[in-house]
Design a protein around this ligand. Structure first.
Ligand SMILES: [Zn+2]
Length: 166
């Protein structure tokens, strides 16, 4: 089983590792994937990104990345198993604390990170429960796609995350 590394510019990192001749050492244990938005933007122009960094390949070579779920009519469809956008957004949110975190001792840093992640998790769970309550009450949930659960955390970060692509 390979370790999956979801990295924003994973394809650039992969290219670097290959150019340096280190990929044979990494390849048996590691698969580098990119964020889903990055993949959509990059798959046409970057063959390496398209071939190796797909966050949800349907060819069966990384079955842990794709799950089968049913839509509202009960029809099965493939869905990304991991919400890479949520990871991006969480990273961006934590990035807002970077200046403070950089000044901390290791033990304070560890404690603060645990507290931040705990708070974040509580907020996500609260949002999910609110959404579920609304759905059960028959209230139309705007943007009900699960992928967008965290979007309000980082409206500005999303815009910035792909800026350096080309
Ligand atoms: Zn790429």
């Amino acid at each position: 089983m390979k370790t999956l590394r979801n990295i924003d510019k994973g394809c650039a990192l992969l290219k670097h590792i290959v150019r340096q001749g280190h990929w044979p050492a990494w390849e048996p244990t590691t698969r580098i994937i990119v964020d889903s938005y990055h993949y959509i933007n990059h798959q046409v122009t970057d063959h390496l990104c398209q071939a190796w960094c797909n966050p949800a390949p349907l060819n069966g070579d990384a079955p842990n990345l794709v799950v089968v779920v049913n839509d509202k009519q009960g029809n099965p469809y493939y869905k990304r198993a991991f919400n890479t956008q949520a990871c991006e957004q969480l990273n961006a949110w934590i990035g807002g604390f970077l200046t403070v975190l950089n000044q901390m001792t290791v033990s304070n840093f560890n404690l603060t990170m645990h507290v931040l992640l705990f708070i974040h998790t509580q907020r996500v769970i609260a949002k999910q429960e609110e959404k579920k309550r609304k759905q059960e009450a028959g209230i139309e949930v705007v943007g009900s796609d699960e992928e967008s659960e965290d979007e309000e955390d980082s409206e500005s970060d999303e815009e910035g995350s792909e800026e350096e692509e080309n």
